[in-house]
Design a binder for this molecule. Structure first.
Ligand SMILES: [Zn+2]
Length: 264
């Protein structure tokens, strides 16, 4: 298997940093390289995993299967990513994890968790994110469904800003979990959204998005178009992970605002 695993510090890590679950999102691998090069004196050991090096080398999302749709994986599967998913979960056993992604939907970092519990409440308000998204059952077979992890979307795919944001998010995660005690982090208030449904692309065509992620879309608002056909919101929603070409068969997700975390 071509999964790069390095440990900062001594003893068995209970913290992990994960990058390159998707090979065409280089920000996480960059943040891991930056951390390993800086080699800071961590007071808790940290496992650093660059997951899909094979896809990363080809700048492809995956080679055979979308890794973030095949968890918990299977060590005997034919598909490379299905075996990799199993191996990654073994590596992350007993760890609290930060996993880095990037997106075509929004330049502002945001976090995704399966359910907002003590882990998200303790960590997310200290990260430079604009919100937290509860994925619940909607995405399915992704890493957040199988291990204590905070996924972060660090910014727009392939940009220097996403790479810089990833470096910062790693530092904040290690500070708030006590691995970098000399670094101070402040908490801030952030919104929590829950995914409600996929927003499908009913047919292929030239797609456009007409609304901004996280901003409320009232019922009756045109929110996207396919060729010259305009799609209008039947009910109000908050768009999340919405982009013209980020996914083949859907624009993104409709979410509802369910609360806030932290304070200013
Ligand atoms: Zn990703």
């Amino acid at each position: 298997m071509e999964m790069r695993v390095e440990t900062l510090g001594q003893d068995e890590p209970r913290l992990a940093i994960v990058g390159a679950i998707h090979g065409d999102e280089p920000c996480g691998a960059h943040a891991i390289e930056t951390l390993l090069d800086a080699d800071p004196d961590v007071t808790r050991p940290v496992k650093c995993i660059t997951v899909n090096e094979r896809a990363l080398a080809r700048n492809m999302r995956y080679t055979e299967r979308d890794l973030n749709r095949v968890f918990p994986g299977d060590p005997d599967a034919d598909a490379y990513e299905t075996r990799l998913a199993h191996e990654l979960l073994e590596e992350l056993h007993g760890c609290i994890t930060l996993s880095m992604h990037s997106t075509q939907s929004d330049e502002r970092p945001f976090a995704l968790v399966n359910t907002v519990g003590s882990l998200a409440m303790g960590i997310c308000p200290y990260l430079s994110v604009v919100g937290v998204i509860e994925t619940g059952e909607l995405i399915g077979q992704s890493l957040v469904d199988h291990t204590p992890v905070i996924d972060v979307e660090c910014g727009l795919q392939g940009t220097d800003q996403a790479a810089a944001n990833a470096v910062q998010l790693v530092r904040e995660f290690l500070a708030v979990t006590g691995a970098l005690p000399d670094m101070s982090v402040e908490q801030h208030r952030l919104h929590v959204y829950r995914l409600c449904e996929r927003i499908p692309k009913q047919r292929p065509g030239d797609c456009d998005v007409l609304v901004k992620n996280f901003e409320p879309v009232p019922a009756g608002t045109p929110y996207a178009s396919i060729d010259n056909h305009v799609l209008v919101a039947e009910d109000s929603f908050h768009p999340v992970l919405l982009s013209a070409s980020g996914y083949e068969s859907q624009f993104g997700y409709a979410a509802e605002l369910i609360g806030t975390l932290g304070h200013d």
